[in-house]
Design a protein around this ligand. Structure first.
Ligand code: ZN
Length: 153
């Protein structure tokens, strides 16, 4: 798929430098699902000098906090964020890896207390970065999650 033009947005958030093919996961991390009210446009497999190919996501009419945006770094560590107000870039920053994430991932360990049938503990993962790999570590059982996209809640 090759979408060349995406319209300018008046107010919202542009997420650039997403690894090619990860745009939908970025939306999932941000809690934007099918049927959401926000206007979302995507450009996939756009040529990029820096990355070869990249995806871009534009979300119009939703305020996304920096904390939420930083979650994107788990799958798109190079992502850059442009906050647009009245067609102008108000702020631009790179995502940074959060120290921990709550309610974002589920623990793969079925006997972990965060998977308890009756009173599950809130899933909390500490985020570690080793070389080029981001690893989420369950604070309860120490289980390490490398394939982060597969365990998104
Ligand atoms: Zn666990």
């Amino acid at each position: 798929m090759n979408v060349l033009t995406i319209s300018k947005i008046r107010d919202g958030t542009v997420i650039d430098h997403i690894p090619s093919g990860k745009a939908l996961e970025v939306l999932k991390i941000l809690g934007i699902k099918r049927g959401s009210r926000e206007r979302v446009s995507m450009a996939m497999n756009v040529e990029s000098q820096k990355m070869g190919r990249k995806d871009i996501v534009k979300v119009e009419g939703k305020f996304i906090s920096e904390e939420e945006l930083n979650r994107i770094s788990l799958i798109a560590p190079e992502a850059t964020i442009n906050i647009i107000e009245n067609f102008e870039i108000k702020r631009k920053f790179r995502v940074s890896i959060p120290e921990s994430v709550e309610k974002l991932l589920r623990c793969p360990n079925m006997s972990c207390i965060s998977n308890d049938n009756k009173e599950p503990a809130t899933p909390i993962f500490r985020i570690e970065k080793t070389d080029n790999q981001v690893v989420a570590v369950c604070v309860y059982c120490g289980k390490k999650v490398y394939e982060i996209e597969e365990y998104l809640v």
